[in-house]
Design a binder for this molecule. Structure first.
Ligand code: 13P
Length: 336
């Protein structure tokens, strides 16, 4: 493992005003997204949809990395170019989701542990051969009455750290994602408390597992009110609380921070990112790794029809560009 190589990949993913397109929905998840636009999910329709995303003209100016699902990493453009090669040639780094999902944590009702460590070393070696240069693992922390338990937070932090160490051994940059869910009616203060606990546990575990911080990308949630909260915090408060929490736990050595969107609307996710970057003086690149906040308008424009291929691409280009501007603190709502 070469510290400099990993850092160069991480910097290419989130530096220079770029961010990450999370297009790693599992087959069941993309099926649910397609169902909302009355589109059948088949191997062919999934391939065509992803081809529309990846070949959007000019998107590489704002997208430095794309997270894929296993099926997609093995697929090709209509011209027969493997997606991973197409992206690498265009200057977008291909990555791969390697966790196998959040499963119920035995003995802890309402909590999950993310699985996928068994056989991971061998899978990473194959993914490297297929062109992946970074990976993703998502841990899920649920806020509820008496949740999360400290045990759940610690168990997920250790799994993330074991994954990250295996990635670096394989010369693959780990995206480390400890997601505190927005589901619920909790306050922003409660989200801050739980996010603090999740990040503290994570960085302790990463140190124990000898993970090189210059060669990771952290993918955190923003500190935000629960989606069902009566009085949701305004953007300025979200930006302030998120930066306070990150600065308290994320060492400056970390190559980059790229937020998940987690159920925020596309506009909200852009406004929040922009506000944080406008505040200036940050020790890390502060970028995006959005799934829904980049793709929701695209799915809506495309609706499974070839006739809408170009408008789908235009929708992706717009959101990628606006988030790229937000990465530089250069966004304004009038651009919507
Ligand atoms: P969202 O931005 O839709 O939360 O997805 C990002 C992601 O990759 C979650 O793991």
């Amino acid at each position: 493992m070469n510290r400099n190589d990993l850092n160069a990949v991480a910097t290419a993913m989130v530096g220079s005003g770029k961010g990450i397109l999370a297009a790693d929905e599992s087959t069941p998840t993309i099926g649910k997204r397609f169902a909302l636009i009355d589109t059948e999910s088949t191997e062919a329709s999934r391939r065509r949809y992803r081809e529309m995303l990846f070949t959007t003209p000019g998107v590489e100016e704002y997208i430095g990395g794309v997270i894929l699902y296993d099926e997609t990493l093995r697929q090709s453009t209509s011209d027969g170019v493997p997606f991973a090669k197409y992206m690498a040639d265009a200057g977008m780094i291909p990555g791969i989701k390697v966790d196998t999902g959040a499963k119920p944590l035995a003995g802890f009702a309402g909590e999950t542990i993310t699985e996928g460590l068994d056989g991971l070393r061998e899978r990473l070696a194959e993914y490297y051969e297929l062109g992946a240069r970074f990976a993703k693992w998502r841990a899920v922390i649920n806020i509820g009455e008496n949740l999360p338990s400290d045990f759940c937070v610690q168990a997920n932090a250790r799994a993330l750290a074991r994954y990250a160490a295996l990635c670096q051994e394989a010369n693959i940059v780990p995206i480390v994602e400890p997601e505190v869910l927005m589901d619920g009616d909790h306050s922003i203060a409660r989200c801050e408390e739980v996010t603090n606990a999740a990040l503290a546990a994570l960085f302790a575990a990463l140190a124990e597992h000898k993970v090189v911080l210059e060669g990771i990308v952290l993918k955190p949630n923003m500190v935000i009110s629960g989606s069902g909260a009566a009085d949701r915090a305004a953007p300025a408060e979200v930006a302030e609380a998120t930066l306070r929490t990150l600065k308290a736990h994320v060492p400056a050595a970390v190559a980059g921070v790229a937020f998940l969107s987690g159920g925020q609307s596309p506009e909200e996710a852009t406004v929040h990112l922009d506000m944080m970057n406008k505040s200036g003086d940050l020790p890390w690149e502060l970028s995006f790794s959005y799934g829904r906040a980049l793709q929701a308008p695209v799915l809506d424009a495309w609706r499974g029809s070839e006739d809408n291929y170009a408008v789908g691409q235009a929708a992706l280009f717009k959101r990628a560009k606006l988030n790229g501007l937000a990465h530089g603190g250069q966004y304004d709502t009038s651009m919507e």
